[in-house]
Every structure is written in structure tokens, then in C-alpha cells.
Design a protein around this ligand. Structure first.
Ligand SMILES: *Cc1c(COP(=O)(O)O)cnc(C)c1O
Length: 393
């Protein structure tokens, strides 16, 4: 495929064909896994020329690798970003962005609940003289009020981790521009198919490809998408120094995952609608956190910013005894107990562990909260499984 053909392609076609130059590899319909550590040169002069531009030439796989580049280019095209860089995990991507862009004396503002290790990493940066605060905000004005003179970057997820709280992304982008602050969002929940933050003026979008992009619970990976300038900085510092490079085999599995992303998400959206409807009607459930269940301003934001809804949600048991969360998850048969999500199998996991009430309260997470991931099984089996577990209370 020629790159100029792609300018008008829609997302599904990008997933299937973009940046795959089949004619270069026997017209095979799957790209080769270029499983090599290094690339050689016809002359020393050629090597010297390439070595001056490590992010443009194939020199060493902890730099550029042709298979990994296909994944990065597809993700950049899907997010409408200038460039992307793939990493060996989502945390590899997130820590590379933050370590590349921040320096001693800077301040990070986290908005609402972000992925736990992201928040923990930001707090750990205190040993390098970087401050972190979290603001729990319903409106962008509260985010603006929490900015400091040294705030360098605003990090958020919309919907947020655990509580699925949406932000007004346009307003966040406007505030950041006004104050000369960068913005980074973790778009793992929506995937590039259902939300494109860079088109809203957000500077940096990161993903854990371990979730929906891989889609089969068998590959760990991450990616960051941004302007060429920011990706070059992240490449030079966070990628080359910290070395969390994605292996060619993993990149190939993630390229394969992208091929079915649209189809999987559509099926999961339908099953999620059924699970949410059951939960909303169940007498043991106090609240459901998912766009299908939103009302008022949250519903307006979901309709404005998301073009589809994925299948991770949470709900609150209507009880004052948080220990009951264990009873519900233990009673499920199809929903399995485990971390992560985005694969074929449905999962369930409460946050409460018997001894973290203070921590949950500080994060504005009710202890009776249970997170649910709706996988690719039939809703005809999933809904009764969860319903029976709740009925048993
Ligand atoms: C899983 C996850 C990450 C971390 O990704 P890894 O690939 O596990 O390192 C980051 N953000 C979100 C929202 C996640 O769900």
C-alpha cells in the first residue's frame, strides 16, 4: 500500500492495511517479524551517517525495528498524531514520557483517579525533586485552580480509572494552553477507535496495548502518540536510556490484535449494555459506573467525546459491609478474579482488600466498588452469572 492512498482511510482500513508494504515481502498478507537485534551497513561511511540519526535509521532494535514501526505508525494514524513510539509495556511508555519531559522543580497535576502505578510513579519522582498533586474535579475550573506556577504537565484519564468519571477534554486543553502546561491522557479505556484526544488539543496520548489492542491476554506492550517534537524527546531520553523497547514478536501480535479491534469492541459493547441493564435493575446494586448508565452532565460529556463505549465498568454494592464484595466475586463462575483486562475473558475485581479503607477514601473510591470487565463470551451466559452472584447475597 502506498502511504498517499491512506490519507482518506477510515480507522478499520488503517487497522487492516496501513503501513504494510506487502510487495516488499513476497506479497505476504502478514508482515514479517524482523527478529534481529542489529542491522548492518554496506560501508563505514553509511554507518556513520545513520548513527547520527538513531531515530531515523535501522541500527539496533532498541531504537528502530521495522515490525515495531508498523505498529507505531498505525497507532499514530488512528490517533491522528504526527508520530508514535511503541514500548514494552504501558508503564514503559508512561514512565518514558514523564522522565523525558520533567525535570527537578517541576510539578505534575493528576486529575481524578488515574491508573494506580502511574500515580505511584509520579509520587516516586519526588526523589528527583518533582512534586505531584491530585485534584478531584467535576469541572475544568477546579483543575485550573489546582495549577501551580511550576506545573509542567496535567495527566488524566477520561473516563477515569475505577470510577469512570468523564472530564470536559476541550476545557482541559484550553486551560493547559492558556497556562503553557502540557497535557497527557491515558486513552487505554476508549482505544483510538472510540476517542481521539489529540484532535481535541491534548498533547500526548498513551496506551497500554496489553489491554484491547492486544486483545487476547497474551502480550504486554504500550505506545505513546504525540507531535514529532515530543516523540523525538521521548525517544532520545525515555526510550533509549530506560530501554523498554517492544520486541518484534510482541509488535507483530499487537498488529494482529488491531485487525480485530473494531469487531471485538462492537460485540463487547452489546454485551456490556446487557450487563449494565441487569446491574441497574438489581436491588443489591446502589450505582453503576459506565457511560451506558450516565445521566446529566456525565452523559453529555460521554456523548460529546466518545464515539463508542468499551466494556470495563464498575458498580457499588448496596451495603454498609464492604466485606461482601469478596462474596460476590467468589460466587461468579464465568467472571474470573484477576488484574488487567482487554482480553477474551471476563474478569471481576474489587479494590477493597480488608485493610485499605483509608487509602480508598483518599482516592474517593467507595469500598463497596467492584470492577467488571466484559470479555467476548456471550451475554446470555455472562448476565446470569453475575446476576446469580448478586442474588446470593
Ligand atoms: C494496564 C494499564 C496501564 C499499564 O499498562 P502495562 O502494559 O500493564 O504496563 C496503564 N494505564 C491503564 C489505564 C491500564 O489499564
Amino acid at each position: 500500500m502506498r502511504e498517499h492512498d491512506m490519507a482518506s482511510w477510515s480507522d478499520a482500513t488503517i487497522c487492516e492495511h496501513a503501513f504494510e508494504n506487502n510487495a516488499e515481502y513476497f506479497n505476504a498478507v502478514a508482515p514479517p517479524i524482523i527478529q534481529t537485534t542489529l542491522f548492518t551497513f554496506p560501508s563505514h561511511a553509511d554507518y556513520v551517517r545513520a548513527a547520527a540519526f538513531e531515530n531515523d535509521y535501522h541500527i539496533y532494535t532498541r531504537g528502530l525495528n521495522p515490525t515495531t514501526e508498523i505498529l507505531g505508525k498505525k497507532m499514530a494514524a488512528l490517533e491522528r498524531g504526527e508520530r508514535a513510539k511503541a514500548f514494552s509495556s504501558g508503564m514503559g511508555a508512561i514512565s518514558a514520557v514523564l522522565s523525558s519531559l520533567l525535570q527537578s522543580g517541576d510539578h505534575v497535576l493528576l486529575v481524578n483517579n488515574v491508573y494506580g502505578p502511574t500515580a505511584a510513579y509520579c509520587r516516586a519522582l519526588a526523589k528527583f525533586g518533582i512534586e505531584t498533586d491530585t485534584v478531584f474535579a467535576d469541572e475544568a475550573g477546579q483543575v485550573e485552580a489546582a495549577l501551580k506556577g511550576n506545573t509542567k504537565i496535567i495527566c488524566y484519564e477520561s473516563p477515569s480509572t475505577q470510577m469512570m468519571h468523564m472530564l470536559d477534554v476541550d476545557q482541559i486543553a484550553a486551560i493547559a494552553r492558556k497556562h503553557g502546561v502540557l497535557t497527557m491522557t491515558d486513552n487505554t479505556w476508549a482505544t483510538p477507535l472510540y476517542q481521539k484526544p489529540l484532535t481535541r488539543g491534548i498533547d500526548i496520548s498513551v496506551h497500554s496495548c496489553t489491554k484491547y489492542i492486544g486483545g487476547h491476554s497474551d502480550t504486554v506492550g504500550g505506545v505513546v502518540i504525540s507531535s514529532a517534537d515530543i516523540i523525538d524527546r521521548v525517544f532520545t531520553f525515555g526510550h533509549q536510556f530506560h530501554g523498554a523497547c517492544l520486541g518484534p514478536m510482541e509488535a507483530w501480535l499487537l498488529i494482529r490484535g488491531l485487525r480485530t479491534l473494531q469487531a471485538r469492541l462492537a460485540l463487547q459493547q452489546t454485551a456490556t449494555r446487557a450487563v449494565v441493564a441487569m446491574l441497574e435493575a438489581h436491588p443489591k446494586v446502589r450505582a453503576v459506573h459506565h457511560p451506558f448508565s450516565f445521566t446529566g452532565d456525565q452523559k453529555r460529556l460521554a456523548e460529546k467525546y466518545l464515539t463508542g463505549y468499551t466494556s470495563l465498568l464498575s458498580f457499588e454494592l448496596d451495603t454498609r459491609d464492604p466485606a461482601l464484595v469478596s462474596k460476590v466475586v467468589d460466587a461468579c463462575r464465568l467472571f474470573r478474579i484477576g488484574v488487567s483486562w482487554g482480553g477474551h475473558e471476563s474478569l471481576i475485581l474489587p479494590q477493597y482488600n480488608g485493610k485499605n479503607l483509608d487509602q480508598l477514601r483518599a482516592s474517593h473510591i467507595p469500598p463497596e466498588l467492584i470492577r467488571v470487565y466484559v470479555g467476548l463470551e456471550s451475554a446470555d451466559d455472562l448476565v446470569p452469572d453475575l446476576e446469580a452472584a448478586l442474588d446470593g447475597l
